[in-house]
Design a protein around this ligand. Structure first.
Ligand code: HEC
Ligand code: HEC
Length: 422
């Protein structure tokens, strides 16, 4: 009892201190740093070296190195095989472009009212996702879908749950100019960045051939930064590369069920990325009160894709609950159990979906579902998590207010009463 009380007092004190710090911080830092001759300007230099696991090429760009490059094609080893190659990685960015992208990614100056950054919904410590069913944008309203992880995103060739963007560059303008996400417009964003001397300097270094800041260069550096979010050194990977004791007996059993032709998970969540980069109709439910999400039918203008979504990677999956496009499944057990409940069991009445043929009735036992979940936890590797910038070119706080409050709630696990002063 005594222990419990003193802990909660400490937690309460911490929370008061934190909310004080953050409110001071937020109040002090809503003005953009536009002073051309400030000392601040000299405090930023873009990196000249590639991030870990990338090699600097003669042409000045960074190229990814990893163990999977030594393996042959997927076909060589059969589906679900461990020593299979990866799809092509989107690299070829310079260290300066990658580093500029890191600043932009964390900078709330990219949103219309300087309130949120990409990192507000794609938080590094939450698997570059958030812990919400559906993310919250600048209007305070929830957006239509859950924020996917950004780990290994540069191996993909379709973006968004419904596959509506083909490149990372095309993807980035989505949230920037979506009224419910960052709410910006190209004109306003360019005006903002052009008024920040540090960014003027940085864009010149990162894009020496451009005579001014452009949306294309902003998207390119965001893509450059995201291309460095590599997670390929989990315990599973060590096992795949031949270190048998990297997984325990249960985890190996789980892996074998996962890739068996009974469970069929690996048919879609194909190693090593744990996605086959395709759209599949599997018939997950939308939460009560939400309209039926037609998914990729809209993208491809094809009824066959009704209710179809991109097969998500399962890398760092233990970090990104809740699950599915709707964020409707709270944990990995629930997400795994979905596949065992019968083909098409959650399709709403009146809908006629073309469920993928690998979704069937595997009839797994409880124990087997548990083993799959145990295995999924071995896909965690965050060793290449990039460093958060300590300060931003705009002068705004690195961790914006919304993100900070979520973080703080998580840290001391008690509700914060700091919202009123907004
Ligand atoms: C308001 C929260 C929010 C913000 C801010 C936000 N995102 Fe997202 N992001 C999402 C959601 C939600 C999705 C999925 C939307 C969908 O599929 O329709 C998504 C999807 C993505 C994807 C696609 C991933 C995949 O596997 O298909 C990428 C990449 C991405 N965001 C990067 C960014 C970048 C870069 C920024 C900043 C410019 C950003 N996001 C800002 C919530 C957000
Ligand atoms: C036919 C292809 C297919 C098969 C087979 C399949 N999945 Fe999936 N999986 C998907 C798709 C598509 C989604 C996204 C569905 C949605 O959001 O509505 C998904 C989502 C998930 C998610 C949530 C990921 C996230 O980021 O939210 C988990 C966990 C998962 N699957 C695990 C499994 C397991 C375990 C199995 C085997 C029992 C399996 N899947 C079999 C296609 C498949």
């Amino acid at each position: 009892m005594i222990n419990f009380n003193s802990n909660s007092i400490v937690a309460l004190l911490l929370s008061v201190i934190f909310s004080f710090l953050f409110s001071v911080n937020a109040a002090a830092n809503t003005k953009l740093n536009t002073e051309p001759n400030s000392k601040y300007r000299a405090e930023f230099t873009l990196k000249k070296t590639c991030p870990p696991s990338f090699e600097l090429m003669e042409d000045g760009t960074c190229e990814l190195r990893n163990m999977y490059q030594f393996y042959n094609s997927v076909q060589g080893r059969g589906l679900g095989g461990t020593q299979t190659s990866l799809p092509k990685h989107r690299d070829g960015f310079t260290p300066a472009q990658i580093d500029l992208g890191r600043y932009l990614f964390f900078d709330p100056a990219l949103s219309k009212d300087n309130s949120i950054s990409c990192a507000s919904c794609h938080q590094p410590e939450k698997g570059f996702s958030d812990d919400l069913d559906r993310s919250i944008g600048i209007t305070g309203e929830k957006v239509g879908r859950s924020a996917p992880t950004l780990w290994n995103v540069a191996f993909l060739d379709k973006f968004f749950w419904d596959g509506r963007a083909d490149t990372l560059e095309e993807q980035a303008v989505g949230p920037l100019f979506d009224a419910k996400e960052m709410g910006n417009s190209p004109e306003h964003l360019l005006k903002t960045l052009n008024a920040i001397p540090v960014y003027l300097d940085m864009f010149k270094v990162a894009f020496p051939n451009s005579d001014k800041i452009s949306i294309a260069d902003i998207s390119a550096s965001l893509a450059a930064f995201q291309s460095t979010l590599i997670s390929l050194n989990s315990r599973y990977d060590q096992y795949a590369h031949g270190h048998h004791d990297a997984l325990n007996e249960n985890e190996i059993k789980g892996l074998n069920i996962f890739r068996s032709f009974v469970a069929r998970c690996a048919e879609c969540h194909q190693p090593p990325l744990f996605t086959n980069n395709q759209i599949a109709v599997i018939g997950t439910p939308d939460p009560e009160g939400m309209p039926f999400d037609i998914g990729a039918e809209k993208t491809f203008n094809n009824k066959k894709n009704r209710g179809g979504f991109k097969v998500p990677t399962l890398r760092n999956i233990a970090k990104t609950a809740p699950y599915m496009h709707s964020g409707g499944m709270k944990d990995l057990r629930e997400a795994t159990e979905f596949y065992n409940k019968g083909r098409g069991h959650a399709i709403p009445e009146g809908e006629d979906l073309l469920i993928h043929w690998h979704i069937w009735e595997p009839d797994l036992q409880d124990k087997e579902l548990d083993l799959i979940v145990e295995f999924l936890q071995t896909l965690t590797d965050e060793s290449l998590t990039p460093k958060l910038p300590t300060k931003l070119p705009s002068g705004l706080p690195v961790i914006d207010r919304k993100y900070a409050q979520q973080k703080q709630k998580q840290q001391n696990n008690i509700t914060v009463s700091g919202d009123e002063d907004e």
